[in-house]
Design a protein around this ligand. Sequence first.
Ligand SMILES: [Fe+2]
Length: 310
Amino acid sequence: MKLISAIHHAALRVKNLEEGFNRWSHTLGLHGEIHDGHAILRCSHEDFGLLLMPSSDKPGLEYVAYELAPKVSLSEAKTELQARGLSVEEVQIPQRGTGLKLQDPDGNNIVLLERVRANPNFPSEVGYSSRIPGFHPRKFAHVNYLTANAKQAVSWYIEKLGFGLTDWVGDEGCWLHVNADHHVLAFVEKGYNHIHHLAFELVDWGEMRVALDHLAQNARPVVWGPGRHGVARNLYSYIRMPEEDIFMELFCDLEQLVPDHEPRYYPDDAHTSNTWGILPPRSYFRFDAEAIKSESDQTEAYLERIPMPI
Ligand SMILES: [Fe+2]
C-alpha cells in the first residue's frame, strides 16, 4: 500500500509570531496570513508550505507534514500504521483539519494529511489573484536532517512509511523519494540529531540570481553556494536562519526520477558534494554560536592564509 505521495509543509516554532511572519515573508517573497494564533505562508499556487507557531520553547522545527497518496483516507492510513507497529495520535492542523502525528526514531515529528483533491476540470482553482508577480520560490520541496544513525532513520522511513531509496553517499548520506522528485527527505550522519535545512524550489538559475541579490541586500549572506550537487544534480545555495536554528536551501534543476529508478551508491568525495568544486565551510553542520560567528567573520578565509610565495 503506497501511503505517502508528497511533502506538504514544515511547521516552525518562532519566538514572536508577527516578527517571524514578516521576516520569512520578506526573505523568501512568501505571502500568507496570521490568524488564530499561527501564520501560514505560501510560495505560489498552493494552500501553504510553511506554518509558524509562537512558542516559549526553543525556536526551531516542530514537524514536517506529508500528504497521503490519492484515495488513501486518514482512517485507512491510521489502521495501516498501527498494523506496522507505530503509535499515532490525531492532531488538528490549521487549514487542513485532522492529521496523524507520529515520530521517527530520531524523535523528529511527522504529520500525515489527507491529500486535497484538485478539481480535474480546473486543477488550479487559485489561478487568478490580485498579487503582483515577483520573487518567490515555486514550492516547499524537501527537508534534510542530521542524524546519529542514518541507517536506522532511513530503514524506518522505507519500512514503516514506504519511502523509496534514491541514493546513498558513502555510509553517511541517504536521499529518499515519494514521487518523481529526486528527494523529499535526506539524512546525513554527523553524530547528533538536528534539523539541517528546509528547501524551497526556484524556477531556474535566473531566479537564483534574483533571490541571492535580494538576500544580500537584506544581510543574509550565502553560507555555501551557489554550486551544483553531484547527488540530485540540483543547483543550490544555503542560507542560515539562526532565529530558528536552521538553514534554508534555495535550489533549482533537481533530477527527476524515472518510474523504475534503481538506487545508486556515490563515493563520499568533493565531486559528489559539489561538482563545481567548493566544499562547505566547517561551520555548515554546526548550529552553535561559535560556528555562526565564524561565518559572519569568514574566519576560514582570513585566519588560515596560504603563505605568500617568495
Ligand atoms: Fe537539500
